[in-house]
Design a protein around this ligand. Structure first.
Ligand SMILES: Nc1ccn([C@@H]2O[C@H](COP(=O)(O)O)[C@@H](O)[C@H]2O)c(=O)n1
Ligand SMILES: C[C@@]1(CO)OP(=O)(O)OP(=O)(O)OC[C@H]1O
Length: 161
């Protein structure tokens, strides 16, 4: 059986926060604001997996009203989400993600993001694709007020029939 899910997320860019995207700390003058480490890319991958499983979203599993998830490492949240997929009998087919950011330049960090994501999902890097785009200086991402991301995930389970 094949199931697909998609995720979309936005976090504000502010001074005084680390810029953590795809499990990688990126040197930049601003960082992403959130209850957790605000890793916008990993949040969309978690949401896409939960969507494929029909299990809601990360806000349902890790509420931003719960102090337990204050400054949470989104990589560890993704590992917990992947545990749910494994328990349901799924393996990763593939992931395709886009980071929507005017700055910073993501390209130098994408191979490391892919490695980390594949590690969390017990998959090969060839199953994970991460892209980046600007919005040509248009909108909140173009003004550098925030970073958005979207992901599509395909999960595969063998069904005996
Ligand atoms: N934050 C970003 C945005 C884009 N890139 C890379 O630059 C290419 C061109 O971006 P456009 O928005 O002009 O299409 C894009 O394909 C990415 O490879 C990036 O690294 N970081
Ligand atoms: C990850 C969680 C939990 O710490 O908080 P945030 O970092 O604010 O992220 P968001 O994508 O707004 O919602 C999911 C959360 O509940």
């Amino acid at each position: 059986m094949i199931r697909v899910g998609q995720g979309f997320d936005v976090h504000q860019l502010v001074e005084g926060r680390k810029c953590i995207i795809g499990g990688i700390e990126i040197p930049y003058e601003k960082g992403l604001l959130g209850h957790s480490d605000a890793d916008v890319l990993l949040h969309t991958i978690s949401d896409a997996i939960l969507g494929a499983l029909g299990m809601g979203d990360i806000g349902k599993h890790f509420p931003d009203t719960d102090e337990a998830f204050k400054d949470a490492d989104s990589y560890q949240l993704l590992v917990q989400v992947w545990q749910l997929a494994k328990e349901a009998g799924y393996k990763l087919g593939n992931i395709d993600s886009t980071i929507i950011a005017q700055k910073p330049k993501m390209a130098p960090y994408i191979p490391a993001m892919v490695e980390r994501i594949a590690q969390a999902l017990e998959a090969e890097p060839s199953q994970v694709n991460v892209k980046a785009t600007t919005t040509e200086q248009l909108g909140f991402t173009g003004r550098g007020e925030g970073i958005a991301s979207q992901s599509v995930v395909c999960l595969i389970r063998n069904v005996l029939s």
